[in-house]
Design a protein around this ligand. Structure first.
Ligand code: MN
Length: 353
């Protein structure tokens, strides 16, 4: 039996950090990402899709999004969808929407609820909205079946309570970075976070997708990480120590992005110690990158390389400033920043803090 482990799709989330136009596109793509997954499941003979919470993002979920999700699920029948609520969709209600027959919830009993998936596979889950009381009666799972536990959370999940309860695969949601290798839960079971389907913000760097599990005769015989993501958030650090001009900075950045496709979202972090007087033109660089990639953000961690030894004996106000800053106790990164800003001010340069 083929089973998909997904979650944290966050349909309707605000997508801060993008321009309004790009945020609107991305919002549509995130909804579409779930629809693509439902089609993949149907076309590839997947029996069940486990949604480990946060399918929706409560603050921005609109009726059309719920309609689209429910229609996609219905269209994917006979694939069955099993959905536990997370912390971001605990309050999302379907109200008057007609629910497809192939969508299953875990809200009964206000605790753990189990489904027999057939082929000696059981699926047990609990809604996050029923934490922590659900854990007062932890599930008792059969010894001779393949047991999947579906939950959403991290610190609020008492892992020790779930050990030695015949869990084979703990399918988790909440942490948006996928765990490539499932970690050991106890002598029998393993746990894993699936991550989100699409990187949404600049903090969701790297591959995003879902896990496809294959279970036969009570054992897991295959597990694959697959991605249908439209875009990836790519973070690249660019050392600009050797740059003399803004054009050099741009060229160094473009060289670092040579293998990155234009459909992606890029986050550039400038680093290194460059010569004094280099004008980095961050805004222009960001605008250029936005022309080549879906969206871009530039962070500047680079600093001026200062020849402290020469300045220590320098008789000018610059030397005096360096000596003065040297008298205070402070973290060395902060000292470098103070010196850079101060020396720029003494040269009459523009300062962006
Ligand atoms: Mn969450």
């Amino acid at each position: 039996m083929k089973i998909i482990h997904t979650g944290d799709i966050h349909i309707g989330s605000a997508l801060k950090g993008f321009s309004p136009e790009k945020a609107a596109i991305r919002k549509a793509e995130i909804l579409d990402g779930f629809c693509k997954l439902t089609r993949y499941a149907k076309e590839n003979g997947v029996a069940a899709v486990l949604i480990a919470g946060d399918l929706f993002d409560e603050n921005g979920v609109l009726p059309y999004m719920k309609r689209t999700v429910l229609a996609a699920i219905e269209t994917a029948n006979p694939v069955r969808f099993f959905y536990v609520s997370g912390n971001h969709d605990a309050t999302v209600e379907f109200g008057d929407h007609a629910l497809p027959q192939n969508l299953y919830f875990f809200s009964e009993n206000h605790g753990f609820f189990s489904y027999d998936l057939g082929e000696k596979i059981t699926l047990t889950g609990a809604d996050t909205r029923n934490f922590p009381t659900a854990f007062s009666t932890p599930p008792v799972l059969p010894r001779d079946t393949f047991n999947i536990l579906l939950l959403h959370g991290a610190e609020d999940i008492p892992f020790p309570l779930l050990r030695d309860r015949n869990v084979d695969y703990l399918a988790l949601g909440h942490i948006h970075k996928p765990s490539p290798i499932a970690e050991s839960l106890d002598g029998r079971g393993r746990y894993r976070y699936c991550g989100c389907l699409e990187g949404r913000g600049f903090d969701e760097v790297g591959a995003r997708g879902f896990f496809l599990l294959e279970i036969q005769n009570g054992s897991l015989i295959g597990e694959k990480f697959l991605s249908l993501a439209k875009r990836t958030v790519v973070e690249v650090r660019v050392d600009i120590s050797a740059c003399d001009t803004a054009l050099d900075v741009e060229n160094a950045t473009l060289a670092a992005l040579q293998t990155t496709g234009g459909e992606n979202i890029v986050k550039i972090v400038l680093c290194g110690r460059h010569k004094e007087g280099l004008r980095k033109d961050i805004s222009l660089l960001c605008a250029r990158l936005c022309e080549r990639f879906f969206f871009a953000k530039v962070e500047d961690e680079s600093r001026v390389a200062i020849d402290y030894d020469a300045l220590k004996t320098d008789k000018t106000e610059r030397g005096e400033f360096v000596r003065e800053v040297g008298r205070y106790e402070m973290n060395e990164d902060f000292r470098a920043e103070v010196l850079e800003v101060g020396l720029k001010a003494l040269l009459g340069e523009e300062i962006d803090l």
